[in-house]
Design a protein around this ligand. Structure first.
Ligand code: ZN
Length: 379
């Protein structure tokens, strides 16, 4: 994997990330495809909207259908019909958020499947093996995700565990299984990102970043943020972390966030994002528009025949009215979920496109100000 910063503007960076399944222009937003599927869109539809890279979940794919089956299908790219880049998480976040019964030891984390209750052991080595069998382009290290707020002593111990697991992920042997011809790239070409933790303690964040850089990764993610803390605290943690990460490698802020969060993080030097907001919110009728969020279920849209977002050029806004979209959602039509997802994904991808264009022109600060003025300033 090669990463190149093309231009910087007011702290923001426009770069290009080259993977074995193609280029990703950054800053980028990775659309969520949890179980190898974007909820409501096929990958090519996402691509037409500007999607460059999808994020799939190791935890979900390990439990169902299992990485062995995906490997036999030729890897996740062949299985889900997408030949562009795929990033996989380590499974850690889901273990800590979905599984009620779990036990963390130095060895790894044992948990009960949320599907059938069976006991599963996830170690750093196992997480890497699963991600390699999926054929991931960018793999993530297994890390421990802390609740918020979290006591300093616990955060410190957890940080030591996460660094230790990161070291083991880096040393994990490459998987050399027999691949189906349909898989174009052997799994040993996967890149690996370390994940900075450290709770809401700036010195622990700095320590985590420095320890990971010493181990050496292809890129660095910042995890454990947007977990209930106020936005200014999240930005403070970014400021405590980013200066200690290499300038010539990609930086990924995990699970963030709103359009405002993304703009603030881009300004602090973040290159990659993922978040469930555009897809999950769409299914609940919560839409992102250039004038701020909108709840399509509101009675006021019952006879509103204007487009969802007059400034959006996505296929949904070009063709359908707010009244029709509201009707679909209120009637429980599958088409409603699909069209609203389509728009929200388009909105996020267009935002990233516009952010990048503004950085290349050296006008990021002006873009951010203008966008937020129209969208609303809520952090
Ligand atoms: Zn639209």
């Amino acid at each position: 994997m090669i990463f190149e910063v093309k231009k910087e503007s007011h702290g923001a960076r426009a770069g290009v990330l080259k993977t074995h399944h193609g280029k990703v222009k950054t800053p980028c937003f990775m659309t969520i495809a949890t179980a190898g599927a974007i909820k409501g869109l096929i990958p090519d539809e996402g691509k037409k909207l500007g999607a460059q890279i999808f994020l799939s979940n190791t935890y979900h794919l390990h439990l169902r259908p299992g990485e062995e089956l995906v490997a036999r299908a030729g890897g996740l790219h062949a299985f889900m019909g997408w030949q562009g880049p795929i990033l996989t998480d380590s499974g850690g976040y889901q273990v800590f958020s979905l599984s009620k019964c779990r036990k963390v030891t130095q060895e790894g984390v044992q948990f009960q499947s949320h599907i059938d209750g069976t006991k599963v052991m996830l170690t750093p080595e196992k997480s890497i093996e699963i991600q390699q069998k999926l054929g991931s382009d960018i793999m993530m290290c297994l890390d421990e995700c802390l609740p918020y707020p979290c006591d300093r002593k616990i955060a410190e111990e957890s940080l030591e565990l996460t660094t230790n697991w990161a070291r083991r992920c880096r040393a994990a042997p490459p998987w050399r299984g027999r691949r189906d011809k349909a898989c174009l790239v052997p799994t040993t070409t996967s890149s690996l990102f370390g994940i900075v933790q450290g709770g809401m303690y700036p010195d622990l964040r700095e320590r985590s970043a420095k320890e990971l850089v010493t181990i050496g990764f292809d890129g660095y993610a910042i995890g454990g943020l947007s977990v209930g803390e106020k936005a200014p605290l999240m930005y403070e943690m970014l400021e405590a972390t980013v200066p200690h990460l290499p300038k010539d490698q990609p930086r990924y802020l995990m699970g963030v966030g709103t359009p405002q969060n993304i703009l603030e993080a881009v300004e602090r030097g973040i290159d990659m994002f993922d978040c469930v907001l555009p897809t999950r919110n769409a299914r609940h009728g919560y839409l992102f528009t250039s004038q701020g969020p909108l709840r399509i279920k509101n009675e006021s849209f019952r006879e509103d025949f204007s487009p969802l977002d007059p400034k959006c050029s996505c296929p949904v806004c070009k063709k359908y009215s707010r009244a029709y979209l509201r009707h679909l959602l209120m009637s429980g039509e599958i088409l409603g979920l699909r069209l609203l997802t389509w728009h929200n994904v388009a909105f996020y991808l267009k935002l990233m496109h516009d952010i990048r264009a503004s950085i290349l022109k050296g006008r990021f600060a002006t873009f951010k100000k203008t966008f937020l003025k129209r969208y609303g300033q809520t952090p």
